[in-house]
Design a protein around this ligand. Structure first.
Ligand SMILES: [Cu+2]
Length: 628
């Protein structure tokens, strides 16, 4: 049986690392296991989704949550409850039991906003704070209890095994099957409202050791109140579960939603709005014959069916005009390479070109593109122009040339995702939005490193014997070892000697991609192992510059001059990002005592392949002031 975190080594066998010695691949036994999956043989016991007719379900649009401005001064207040419910992923599938968020509707308390799966969208005004009470009303048995049981039993294939000299700890307490915490991904948020793993709380009121809440007099033990600054640039953030040890399962069950930060000034930009601005939450899921969710990532990489905004293979009827598509990859593990395929003879080329106008951290100078690779948690903000498409044309959002784990993975292939059907008459007489090439969007100037800018290394280290991944061979549970001066600029070097890309996410900050540089991965990995076995003597630590095999490679066009919070750390490379200012929000939000950041302030960085984050590719880091 192949465990989920072993896929890294498994993928290497079929990929670029074919010629690497076996010890680099994690030992002979694992390499052989990998060879089996490398040929796509996932075994007959793995659930396969029954064949589904494509493009029969209209694309759902998550509803927007309604705020209550009367609870806290100068802030919008929301109450979000996590509940188990029911949702049909496809016309021909029965209802599935799912988890989702429901927002209290202050105008109609009997009818909360939600759809069962995923959660309603926050649409907030830049600089006006949000206060949210999160309530946990999920069952106390997990929707994927068989995985929880295997983790609890200490199955070394699923639970983190600490590299020596550290000790392993169970990721959650013995009596806890379900706990949750909500992270606002991409948010400029104080630690106590950030929703990090140790802040988890259970439906029956068990609280993790870092549990925190604002306004404690107004919460029960299964609730927490967080405050968000909304001081980000105009952008699409998202919120999702971040529970210790079970984030992958909780998000798979449905715990994710969108968080749109709106700048009133955007109205002048001439962008498609309202029904012509369409968010697309991309996920992959597998289904049993009865329509219920199957989680198969204990057995293979990724799932076999594309789901957009909660529907498998949906369609969207569009007018011949420009649309703004705001794409989030909310998959657990899957990378997608997306293009818009058009039928033969409609265009001189087989795909519809489009424009990239924004990334994770907001607008950028428009860039015309034909396709792009989107890793888990990344956002791509696009203008797609259907105006030249003849009535009746079907434009298919297509995934190609991107295995689940990039580039060497072996999960189920998905080629078609959803369809845009040009069937609606142009409304309003004309498309009055600004053509993408003429858009005047805020441009991003590159952050220039100085010769003395502090560099910090995060080595993506996969332990040989058990396959657990850690940063710097230190388990997540160990206290922070990285102390960063408040207000300082740093270059972070994600050193990836593995054979797959990993999406690296940093809480609190936006960053820019500085460059990447190829690495003698086998040599680095071997010497890093030697250094660990020798007791981690500082003088013997491998020096990165001695393993570089080529000149720095500039950022890809779709990440250059852009703000990011998640970056693809490609295989056998160092990926460098520059963070201009570690400067968390310190002032009080909405007059709530204790809502500002106190120093030292600890956040996390982690892999956004959720099975890797759970096992154990995540580390805390701490912002300090000189006098702390
Ligand atoms: Cu990863």
């Amino acid at each position: 049986m192949v465990a989920r975190r072993k896929f890294l080594t498994a993928g290497a066998v079929g990929g670029a690392a074919m010629s690497l010695p076996l010890d680099v691949l994690g030992g002979r036994a694992h390499a052989l296991t990998g060879a089996a999956t490398g040929h796509g043989d996932t075994g007959s016991s793995v659930t396969q989704t029954p064949p589904l007719e494509k493009y029969v379900d209209p694309l759902p649009r998550p509803k927007t949550a309604v705020p209550d401005p009367s609870v806290y001064p100068d802030a919008d207040y929301y109450e979000f409850t996590m509940r188990q419910g029911s949702w049909r992923f496809h016309r021909d599938l029965g209802p599935a039991t799912v988890w989702g968020y429901w927002a209290k509707n202050p105008e109609n308390p009997d009818r909360p906003t939600g759809m069962g799966y995923l959660g309603p969208t926050f649409s907030v005004t830049k600089d006006r704070p949000t206060v949210v009470k999160y309530r946990n009303e999920l069952p106390t048995t997990h929707l994927f209890q068989f995985v929880i049981d295997r983790i609890r039993s200490g199955d070394p294939q699923l639970t983190p095994v600490a590299p020596p000299p550290y000790k392993s700890h169970p990721p959650f307490p013995a009596n806890i099957n379900v706990w949750n915490v909500v992270h606002q991904h991409g948010g400029f948020t104080a630690p106590q409202s950030d929703g990090m793993p140790m802040q988890s709380f259970s439906p029956d009121g068990f609280q993790g050791e870092s549990y925190s809440t604002l306004d404690p007099d107004r919460v029960r033990r299964n609730e927490a109140i967080y405050a968000y600054t909304n001081r980000e640039r105009s952008s699409m953030l998202w919120y999702h579960d971040h529970a210790m040890g079970m984030t992958s399962l909780n998000i798979y069950a449905g715990l994710a939603g969108l968080y749109l930060v709106r700048d009133p000034a955007d109205k002048q930009l001439g962008l498609p709005r309202d029904e012509f601005e369409v968010p697309l939450i991309l996920q992959d899921r597998s289904f049993h014959r009865d329509g219920s969710l199957a989680y198969t990532m204990t057995e293979r990489e990724g799932e076999d069916t594309p789901v957009v905004n909660g529907k498998a293979y949906p369609f969207l009827a569009v007018e011949p005009r420009r649309y703004r598509l705001r794409i989030l990859n909310a998959s657990n593990e899957r990378h997608w390479r997306l293009k818009f395929a058009v039928p033969r003879d409609v265009l001189p080329q087989p795909t519809l070109p489009f424009w990239l106008i924004g990334t994770d951290g907001g607008f950028r100078t428009p860039l015309q593109m034909l396709n792009f690779l989107i890793g888990p948690a990344e956002r791509y903000d696009l203008i797609v122009d259907f105006s030249e498409m003849p009535m009746g044309t079907n434009v298919t959002l297509t995934n190609y040339n991107a295995p689940v784990h990039y580039p060497g993975g072996a999960g189920p292939e998905i080629s078609e995702i959803m369809q845009f059907k040009v069937t609606e008459r142009l409304s309003g007489g004309a498309d009055r939005t600004t053509p993408a090439r003429k858009l005047k969007l805020p441009s991003v100037s590159p952050i220039k490193p100085k010769p003395r800018t502090r560099r910090r290394e995060w080595v993506l280290y996969q332990q040989k014997l058990f396959g657990t991944m850690t940063f710097n061979a230190v388990p997540f549970m160990e206290p922070s070892q990285d102390f960063i001066k408040a207000g300082s600029t740093e270059i972070w070097e994600y050193i990836n000697p593995n054979h797959d890309a990993h999406p690296m996410h940093v809480h609190l900050v936006n960053f820019q991609v500085l460059n990447r540089q190829p690495l003698d991965a086998a040599g680095y990995q071997a010497d890093y192992e030697k250094w660990l076995e020798g007791g981690r003597k500082p003088a013997d630590k491998p020096v990165l510059t001695e393993y570089l095999t080529g000149p720095p490679i500039p950022p890809d066009p779709d990440e250059a001059r852009s703000y990011k919070d998640t970056v693809k750390a490609y295989s056998e490379m160092v990926t460098r990002i520059i963070i201009q200012e570690f400067d968390p929000p310190t002032d009080t939000i909405a007059s709530l005592a204790g809502s500002g950041t106190k120093f030292p302030a600890t956040y996390v960085t982690h892999c956004h392949i959720l099975e890797h984050e759970d096992d154990d590719l995540m580390r805390p880091w701490t912002i300090v002031r000189p006098r702390d």
